[in-house]
Design a protein around this ligand. Structure first.
Ligand code: PLP
Length: 367
């Protein structure tokens, strides 16, 4: 195929050359006689709640109108639920959207964004789009953040540090104690984003009490989403909790009317239905425990996971494992020669994962 960027006189920003492509989870491939499951995007396997679907249907009758640009009802519902002032909430088209707004609001070309690696794939993209520079700090042997090394990586050019907890794609969280100690080392001019896309799945001890940390520190922002536990990935709603100067900067860099009316209505309804959604989250957490115990019983080293996925740090055998899973109907997410991530899905999908992983170990013993 010819290079789509060649043969034009149109001047594109050089920064775009540094933007890596986002690789989405592949759709499940259909194969005769094999049930296929897509466990490559950390989606919620449950369909929308009937009560939420009804609200979406109602909202659909009004889509000739622009959405509420101020996202009033959702902002008020979030503020009340989280016990924060409404001015501290800023919304966006998914938390990826909010993150893009944030980097635009903080970074000039050449500024630095520090984050762990591997971590969420959107971080290098939003950073490069702003012409800023990624400073990636490797995870430790247990696939956890090295917060001391991240603090040491901060320079005069650092504008933002992102802490992903639990970390996507590896699973571990940072603890409250670790995070507090880290924040004490970060200069107050540097904004720290605590990306808690999977916070509802966390059950571990000493979990970050991020809202407490943000309350005392104007340079701390909490980032959350309706895409995972709330099961609204297709509607693109995320939000930040931040002090007013940061929150209002996020409103300035937001796409006008970005959070659409179906998303706004569904998010409000989902907050109201949280108890029902929480039951589903609890089921997924129970499945996570079952999967991790089974895999460890087979002899796998699986990092502690507080999210809705497990990480196989397979190195060069990642491709072989992903292919074996695909053969069994399971579409996983492969990260080059680093590893493979599997979302905790419906019990049937998890059963296939356990079976594939056991068979793979028999053929390829871990040394
Ligand atoms: C899935 C995910 C998000 C959320 O993305 P949305 O844009 O809200 O769908 C944010 N951060 C991390 C680490 C994620 O894995």
């Amino acid at each position: 195929m010819s290079d789509p960027t060649r043969e034009t006189d149109v001047r594109l920003r050089a920064a775009l050359d540094q933007v890596p492509a986002y690789v989405p989870g592949k759709p499940a491939a259909a194969r005769e006689g094999v049930t296929s499951y897509k466990v490559s995007s950390n989606e919620n396997p449950f369909p929308p709640l009937p009560s939420v679907l009804e609200v979406i249907r109602d909202a659909a009758t009004q889509v000739n109108r622009y959405p509420d640009m101020a996202v009033t009802a959702l902002t008020e519902a979030l503020a009340e639920r989280l016990g924060v002032p409404t001015e501290h909430i800023a919304t966006g088209t998914g938390s990826v959207g909010v993150l893009g707004q944030l980097v635009q609001a903080t970074c000039d070309p050449g500024d630095e964004v520090v984050y762990a690696w591997r971590s969420f794939e959107a971080y290098p993209i939003v950073t490069a789009l702003a012409g800023a520079r990624s400073v990636q700090v490797g995870l430790d042997d247990h696939a956890r953040h090295r917060l001391d090394a991240m603090a040491a990586a901060i320079t005069d050019r650092t504008k933002v540090v992102i802490v992903c907890t639990p970390n996507n794609p590896t699973g571990p969280m940072v603890t409250h104690t670790e995070l507090e100690r880290f924040l004490d080392q970060v200069p107050s001019r540097v904004l720290v984003v605590i990306d808690e896309a999977y916070v509802e799945f966390v059950t571990g001890e000493d979990a970050p009490r991020s809202l407490e940390l943000y309350r005392d520190r104007p340079n701390v922002m909490v980032l959350r989403t309706f895409s995972k536990a709330y099961g609204l990935a297709g509607l693109r709603v995320g939000y930040a909790v931040a002090h007013p100067p940061v929150a209002s900067a996020l409103r300035k860099t937001a796409t006008p009317f970005g959070v659409n009316s179906l998303g706004q209505a569904a998010a409000v309804a989902s907050l109201e239905a949280f108890d029902e959604l929480k039951e589903r989250v609890d089921q997924l957490v129970a499945e996570r425990t079952r999967v991790v115990e089974a895999l460890r019983g087979q002899g796998w080293f699986i990092a502690d996971t507080e999210a809705n996925f497990v990480w196989f740090g397979l190195g060069e055998r990642s491709g072989a494992f992903a292919a074996a899973a695909q053969e069994a109907g399971l579409t996983l997410r492969q990260y080059g020669d680093d590893g493979v991530r599997a979302t905790i899905g419906e019990p049937g999908a998890n059963d296939v994962l356990i079976r594939v992983a056991g068979d793979f170990l028999l053929d390829n013993p871990v040394t």
